[in-house]
Design a protein around this ligand. Structure first.
Ligand SMILES: [Zn+2]
Ligand SMILES: [Zn+2]
Length: 295
């Protein structure tokens, strides 16, 4: 099995537009584990387009319960089930994730019951387990270790960066966060830091286009990081590669990869990847797999 990170959905926020990128989700294949981090809209389609069987789904992590990170959790699991999933899937998420899953199963009760009887499928409610986590150790399973750090994403309080370690390799997801210096310690020495980012001039254009511009600007600057700030965290942490993800804005035709690169280069001189949907990043901080783009 390949060892890779695939950025399934790379935009920040829940809106989708024709031909544009999709909300937040990532696939991490490490040490034979098939891991999905966040389940924004489009995760199921992007997961299968990445060439992975839904039956191989193994672990799911949710960083926080904003819809652009959790909207397609139930549909991903349910579709994996109808595709023949026969092995347990463990979902790890913040408090409220269990309730979210239970309510999804209730909403789908008719279909779930009928498929168990009619198609002889195992009960999805028994195949899927949900663990709610807090800061600290989330999972230690063989050589895979996952830890969480509460980050700064007001008004959401249960939003967690995640660090994955396996056989000496390490990868950190910032989740959604304003500039948060403790993240540098949490990401110390990681091979890859996937950090959320927004572009100041793009945000101004976004604000100008929207009705409640002032309120939107206030939210964005209080709850998210500028590309320059993501670069600062990467530098302080001494990571091998920075991946800018959860891009805001992600679908402004006037904003291109060169704009992101110019912003982050003010604070980060190391290996850099600007996310786009379906982009593959090899693990180990090394130059990698097909489709990878560096700048
Ligand atoms: Zn988000
Ligand atoms: Zn969020």
């Amino acid at each position: 099995m390949s060892e890779r990170l695939v950025l399934l959905g790379s935009k920040g926020g829940p809106a989708v537009r024709p031909g544009g990128p999709w909300p937040s989700s990532s696939l991490l294949e490490i040490g034979g584990r098939v891991i999905v981090v966040d389940c924004g809209l489009g995760v199921t389609r992007a997961f299968t387009d990445a060439g992975v069987s839904l039956k191989a789904l193994d672990l799911v992590f949710i960083t926080h319960l904003h819809s652009d990170h959790v909207l397609e959790l139930g549909p991903l699991l349910h579709t994996a089930w109808t595709a023949g999933l026969a092995t347990p899937v463990a979902v790890y998420g913040p408090p409220g994730t269990g309730r979210h899953w239970q309510h999804f199963c209730q909403a789908m009760e008719f279909d779930i019951e009928i498929r168990i009887v009619d198609e002889g499928r195992p009960d999805i409610r028994e195949l899927v387990s949900v663990e709610e986590f807090d800061e600290g150790l989330v999972l230690e399973d063989g050589r895979l270790k996952v830890t969480a750090l509460r980050v700064d994403h007001p008004p959401v309080t249960d939003c967690f960066a995640l660090r994955f370690e396996h056989s000496g390799r390490s990868l950190v997801f910032s989740a959604d966060t304003a500039f948060f210096p403790p993240l540098a310690e949490f990401a110390r020495g990681a091979d890859i830091l996937v950090h959320e980012a927004m572009l100041e001039k793009g945000v101004e254009r976004l604000v100008a286009r929207t009705g409640n511009g002032a309120r939107l600007r206030e939210h964005l600057f209080a709850s998210h990081s500028l590309a320059e700030e993501a670069g600062r965290i990467a530098g302080d942490a001494g990571v091998k590669r920075l991946v800018l993800n959860h891009l805001i804005p992600a679908d402004d035709p006037a904003i291109g990869e060169a704009d992101w690169t110019a912003a982050v280069r003010k604070t980060w001189a190391g290996d850099l990847t600007i996310a786009r949907d379906g982009l593959v990043v090899g693990l180990g901080g090394a130059k990698a797999a097909s489709g990878e783009e560096t700048a």
